[in-house]
Ligand binder design. Structure first.
Ligand code: ADP
Ligand code: MG
Ligand code: ZN
Length: 655
């Protein structure tokens, strides 16, 4: 943005003057219009009924009637000497000049006859003059008709000026260019992002290296007759470094990087999206070889025609069609490579993924342990870290964190250390930052729990912790806290082993662990309470997914009603019969009930340990795995632990 303005430094003052003049013009116009409306307003004749006019005529007060035939509208001028009489009746609101009153008649009104008849009934000196007319478009009325269109056009121009300015404007008419793509172009930044700044993401990096190679030495490929791919889609959860990777591709290949967000295409003005797409590709062709990066492409690329009947968005579809056309319009090997990022590849229109468009999908996944370590290293480069820092430990304690989360942890840790006046960032600062990002900010003194609530919460968390510790397939608990965070009153953190395949026994144990809190409350208070809402929600979801998606129920069988294509969309009919629906519900019920009883048995048969954990928790507020081990013995492990390695889906917590 700043660069843009410098480039045009020369004509900047001139444009300022023009803008100044234009504003004055607007102000004058508006003042004029206002004046017209006001003068008109004060002289407005009073509106009356035909019956009133008849009465005035019969009283001999009317001097003249002006009737517009095709509008069925008349105006009445009262004799000057009788005006005072009406002035009183209408609270002095009668205009001084004629006409004094106006009236509307029905379409069945015959003016000539009626007026003639009335005049015939009056004595000669009290008769009134009749003026008949066919049209009433005097120039003020014409103006009134014009005012609104003019105002509308002015507002339209104004809005576009605003938009134009936001986009840094273009050449030609100052700022008036809504179809101009608001892309951010970074030609050759001083410190281009390179692969060095992108830690981990080995697979994705390998694939994009190929693109860099295409851009650097296209001849190598075209000599053999190969077609250079035109587009690649970066797919992955938010914050995993898709934007970063795209920038790094441009940086490595040393080509310009044109980036635009999908939502920039979706404006309220019809046709703007499509014209922005055209403009973007125009710019790209001029700058080739280059990278065009469309962030959040799902904003425009959602499958067409899926939401018909709800809100069919023609504007978005036009934009998408234009995008498809433009991508086809490239001559192959033009040197423009389009990268797009999304976290929902499944909802994209299939036409986007056709060969010649975004035919490559590059998956950018959440980092695994080793990758997290590297991302930490990248972001700790600029920090002052204390001596005894254990990188592996912190990487282990951040399963499911994205690159952006890790960058956030590093920054948060540095802030905490600075706030405490330390001269280097210590391990504890990092751990606090992790807790904060996982569970929200500690509300140390915000909520005041009554002693009874605190006791219930302690037993609730102890329930989670003990069950998690004793069930072989539940994830090991590493911290239990009674300090309220975010919405939760207490939290049990467990460290999921990073697994890709989850077995049925793991899911069952997870359900039990989630039940731990509720069951503990039932044991202690003899009745359930509202504190287990989040636990129950997750538990129910697991149960339904087991029955409906993973084919883990004997009654339903090995059937999956999962729909990975999303093509079922808003279809209201279910792919199974009523009978199956009932069976699914029954299966889920019996599954959940079974886990409840299993949890109840487990806690009741370990009542001493359970109580002890809860009491220690009440006393210390925060306890760790060591404390649990001291009471419960070493964590019970499954024999098949070797299977479950790598990649969990988040730092588990039960509140
Ligand atoms: P996305 O576009 O996938 O949502 P971004 O590329 O915007 O994510 O990443 C946000 C920030 O997270 C980056 O600016 C960077 O600081 C950090 N980050 C994400 N992934 C990585 C990574 N693999 N290596 C280093 N930093 C990363
Ligand atoms: Mg992004
Ligand atoms: Zn809970």
């Amino acid at each position: 943005m700043a660069d843009n303005q410098n480039n045009r430094g020369g004509n900047k003052p001139k444009r300022l003057v023009v803008r100044f003049n234009l504003s004055w013009l607007y102000i004058l116009l508006i003042l004029g219009i206002g004046y017209l409306l006001m003068t008109n307003g004060s002289a407005n004749p009073q509106k009356v009924e035909w019956a009133d006019v008849e009465a005035m005529i019969m009283a001999g007060d009317v001097k003249e009637i002006h009737f517009v035939r095709n509008d069925y509208k008349g105006s009445v001028t009262i004799r000057q000497d009788r005006l005072a009489k009406y002035s009183d009746r209408f609270g002095g609101n009668i205009p001084r000049q004629s006409p004094h009153f106006i009236f509307l008649t029905s379409t069945k009104f015959f003016p000539e006859e009626t007026f003639g008849q009335l005049n015939g009934e009056l004595p000669a000196d009290q008769r009134f003059k009749v003026v008949m007319e066919n049209n009433s478009r005097t120039w003020t009325q014409v103006l009134e008709w014009l005012i609104f269109p003019i105002l509308l056009i002015l507002m339209w121009v104004w809005m576009f000026r605003g938009i134009g300015r936001n986009m840094g404007g273009g050449g030609g008419m100052p700022g008036f260019n809504p179809g101009k793509a608001p892309s951010k172009i970074s030609e050759k930044p001083e410190h281009p992002v390179t692969f060095k700044d992108v830690a981990g993401l080995y697979g994705a990096k390998e694939e994009v290296k190929e693109i860099v190679d295409f851009l650097k030495s296209p001849a190598k490929y075209t000599a053999l007759g190969a077609k250079i791919p035109q587009g690649a889609l970066l797919v992955g959860p938010p914050g995993t470094g898709k934007t970063l990777l795209a920038k790094a591709v441009a940086g490595e290949a040393a080509v310009p990087f044109l980036s635009i967000s999908g939502s920039d295409f979706v404006e309220m003005f019809v046709g703007v999206g499509a014209s922005r797409v055209r403009d973007l590709f125009q710019q790209a062709k001029e700058k080739a070889p280059c990278i065009v990066f469309i962030d959040e492409i799902d904003a425009v690329g959602r499958a067409r025609g899926k939401n018909v009947g709800f809100s069919s968005n023609d504007e978005r579809e036009n934009t998408l069609n234009q995008l498809l056309t433009e991508m086809d319009g490239f001559s192959t090997n033009s040197g423009v490579i389009v990268l797009a990022a999304t976290n929902r590849a499944d909802i994209l229109d299939k036409a986007l993924m056709r060969a010649g468009r975004f035919d490559r999908q590059i998956h950018v996944d959440l980092p695994e342990l080793k990758e997290r370590e590297e991302i930490f290293k990248v972001h700790m480069r600029s920090l002052k870290i204390a001596e005894n820092f254990d990188l592996e430990f912190i990487a282990k304690h951040t399963p499911g964190f994205s690159g952006a989360d890790i960058a956030n942890v590093c920054n948060e840790a540095a802030l905490t250390a600075a706030r405490k006046g330390k001269n280097s960032v210590e391990m504890q600062d990092f751990l606090d930052a992790v807790d904060r990002i996982v569970g929200g900010i500690e509300r140390k003194n915000a909520t005041i729990m009554t002693p009874a609530e605190k006791r219930t919460t302690a037993y609730h968390e102890a329930g989670h912790a003990v069950v998690g510790w004793l069930l072989p397939n539940a994830d090991p608990v590493f911290k239990v806290s009674l300090v309220p965070r975010g919405q939760a009153l207490g939290i049990t953190w467990s460290l999921p082993s990073e697994r890709k395949i989850v077995s049925k026994s793991v899911m069952l144990d997870q359900m039990c662990m989630l039940y731990g809190g509720r069951v503990a409350e039932e044991i202690i208070n003899g009745e359930p309470a509202t504190g287990a809402l989040n636990d129950l929600e997750r538990l129910t979801k697991i149960a339904y997914s087991m029955v409906q998606y993973y084919g883990m129920s004997d009654k339903i069988g090995q059937i999956s009603f999962y729909d990975s294509t999303g093509s079922r969309g808003y279809d209201l009919s279910k792919p199974y019969s009523e009978k199956t629906a009932e069976m699914i519900d029954q299966e889920v019920r019996s599954l959940v009930d079974g886990m409840h009883d299993r949890t109840m048995d487990l806690l009741r048969s370990n009542m001493d340990a359970f109580t002890k954990v809860a009491e220690i928790l009440l006393e210390k507020e925060v306890i760790f795995a060591d404390d649990l081990e001291a009471i419960l013995g070493p964590k019970v492990k499954a024999e098949t632990d070797a299977v479950k390695e790598d990649n969990g889906d988040g730092n588990e917590q039960c509140s």
